[in-house]
Design a protein around this ligand. Structure first.
Ligand code: UT7
Length: 329
């Protein structure tokens, strides 16, 4: 069977209006603007503060932006995949709810959970449906309302995360530009370093799980930092080698935005020029599955047809990997 290349043909994003600065956080936990900037690179983050709004509303905001920018009829969308760790409900899935909120009525929709690597995994999953010829218009979203699972009494996590969503449209490529290759990994032994202990089948919600604060993100930052640097630089290196990419001919590196020091370390390990690394962490913090499509949306005006791009992510699980694509418009 002749496979068709799947290309990103549009991007959209949604960030809540409410901006929380490091100075705002200084008022609620024992931290400082200086510590947050120097240890993470974050200056501010957007946090959802509208009552009754959830991840599906941010995902719907990103989809609406995408549909408008690409002049796409919601009824032409055939599939929606939403990467998230902060689904509105355990079920039904957030992709379904977001689709409904945008007038998408003829698509099948599902969520995918691979923490901060979720968008990359979902991108490759969506691309396969285009490559096989099964669908012609697929939306892939990365959306997380981290404020719903972050403990604002824990300075080690609350300063890092933000809320936001990004979405891309995938279509068959008309020029062979598009998604070419991915290397992915998973290692369940990473669970103890980054997870949300409560609310799932191992610790179902109870008064006890609430008292023990098990419904919040728990992270042991140092081992995650080290694994993130090693995992991302290793998979970027390998995906570059097997696609004959060099630091000269690669146009952009798009890393997951968890910590500016992690991004810098990955670039240093690869000897990759910093001016070709997309960075948005100072404005948005770590939006988990949202960081990569939000980056693409922020840099969209600087992207040119044929640009060679490697996206890379690392997240809880552990999950990690890298994807090589060429920009199609
Ligand atoms: O996106 C998913 C994957 N996640 C990641 O990739 C995150 C990876 N980890 C990190 O980015 C970093 O480990 C953190 C930003 C989470 C923490 O930075 P760190 O440089 O590893 O700090 P640390 O945990 O070693 O803490 C150093 C000190 C400690 O104080 P003592 O024990 O030396 O007195 C902490 O208590 O900094 C303290 N600290 C803070 N101080 C002020 C921790 N958080 C804060 C804070 N403000 N917010």
């Amino acid at each position: 069977m002749q496979l068709q290349t799947a290309a990103i043909t549009g991007v959209g994003a949604y960030l809540p209006d409410n901006i929380v600065t490091n100075a705002d956080l200084e008022k609620i936990v024992d931290t400082s603007d200086e510590w947050i900037r120097t240890r993470t690179g974050i200056h501010q983050r957007h946090l959802m503060n509208e009552k009754g709004k959830a991840t599906s509303d941010m995902a719907a905001g990103a989809i609406k932006d995408l549909l408008e920018k690409t002049n796409t009829d919601p009824l032409d969308i055939e599939m929606v995949v939403c990467a998230t760790v902060t689904a509105d409900y355990n079920f039904p899935d957030t992709a379904n709810l977001a689709a409904m909120k945008c007038g998408i009525k003829k698509a099948f929709c599902f969520d995918l959970n691979a923490a901060c690597s979720g968008f990359l995994y979902a991108l490759t999953t969506g691309a396969k449906y285009i490559e096989t010829g099964m669908y012609k218009k697929v939306i892939v979203i990365g959306a997380d309302m981290m404020s719903s699972i972050v403990n604002y009494e824990d300075r080690t996590t609350c300063v890092i995360f933000g809320d936001g969503a990004g979405a891309v449209l995938l279509e068959p490529s008309s020029n062979d530009f598009g998604i070419h290759d991915s290397i992915f990994h998973g290692d369940g032994s990473g669970v103890e370093f980054l997870y949300q202990p409560g609310g799932g089948s191992i610790n179902p919600a109870s008064h006890d799980t609430v008292d023990q604060k098990l419904h919040y993100v728990h992270q042991n930052g140092k081992p995650v930092f080290k694994a993130a640097v090693n995992g991302m630089s290793d998979t970027v290196k390998r995906v570059m080698e097997r696609n004959k990419l060099t630091n000269d001919n690669l146009t952009w590196l798009v890393p997951h935005q968890a910590n500016l020091r992690i991004i810098d370390s990955v670039a240093n390990m690869l000897d990759f020029p910093k001016e070709k690394v997309m960075i948005t962490i100072e404005k948005f913090g770590n939006t988990t599955a949202g960081t990569l499509p939000i980056c693409l949306n922020e840099y969209e005006n600087q992207l040119k047809k044929g640009d060679k791009i490697v996206l890379t992510a690392f997240g809880g699980g552990f999950t990690w990997g890298s994807t090589y694509l060429t920009w199609a418009y």
